[in-house]
Design a binder for this molecule. Structure first.
Ligand code: DX5
Ligand code: ZN
Length: 214
């Protein structure tokens, strides 16, 4: 069973509530919330107050992706704002294990993310300490970039190393490449522009799901 996680980074923020409602209506299981600090990545996006403002209107799994330096500082805030999964970057932590433990201590899932240039083998030693691996298939920082083709090999490698783990892929996923991403071993698919960049959000999600499962 695959899960679709629309990224609100590509929403029209003047009608965020409506876009989120359409994603849920379209059957998205997860909602991907991209948090950027202008340091770990060159862009600044949104903070926990925005996440909090949409929490009560949705039952989707809130999948928070922290692209911030030293993310342990903000885990409590996002937990309070309703995250079900908090994903941190391997490259951004002073102490990765402590950060993952902190997330799990709150009773929610801990995700570990790696940027395109970080090999999967770098995180093998952390097996059992996180609940989801997030493989970035673009350089983090912006929506609407093109999928890096070499990511497919990396997903396959990750699936071999972690046969039963949730593997999420984020960046440049669209109706044309989603099938290859799933066949390579991913089971949670983030999509920003391929969902919120479309006029009909539920039908965009349906197309992604159909192609993913084809
Ligand atoms: C990029 C973000 C992604 C992004 C995906 O740094 O982590 O979640 O919003 O957007 P698309 O699907 O348009 O690449
Ligand atoms: Zn993301």
């Amino acid at each position: 069973m695959i899960k679709i996680s629309p990224s609100i980074l590509s929403c029209d923020f003047s009608r965020l509530g409506y876009d989120v409602e359409m994603a849920e209506k379209g059957g998205a299981e997860y909602l991907h919330i991209d948090v950027m600090d202008g340091l770990f990545v060159p862009n600044i996006s949104i903070g926990s107050c925005v996440q909090k403002s949409i929490r009560n209107q949705s039952k989707m799994v809130f999948d928070t992706h922290l692209m911030i330096v030293d993310p342990i500082r903000y885990i409590d805030d996002f937990y309070k704002a309703g995250s079900d999964i908090i994903t941190i970057h391997y490259e951004a932590c002073k102490n990765v294990e402590e950060t993952l433990e902190k997330i799990r201590s709150l009773g929610i899932k801990a995700g570990l993310s790696i940027k395109p240039k970080t090999p999967v083998s770098d995180i093998k030693h952390l097996e059992g300490k996180f609940d989801m691996l997030l493989i970035m298939s673009v350089e983090p920082g912006f929506g609407g970039q093109s999928f890096i083709p070499e990511s497919l090999e990396k997903i396959k490698e990750a699936r071999e190393l972690f046969p039963t783990l949730d593997i999420e892929v984020d960046g440049g996923i669209n109706e044309n490449n989603i099938n290859a991403v799933v066949k390579s071993g991913a089971n949670i698919l983030v999509a920003g522009s391929a969902v919120f960049g479309k006029e009909d959000i539920p039908s965009a999600i349906a197309t992604l799901r159909n192609n993913a499962e084809a």
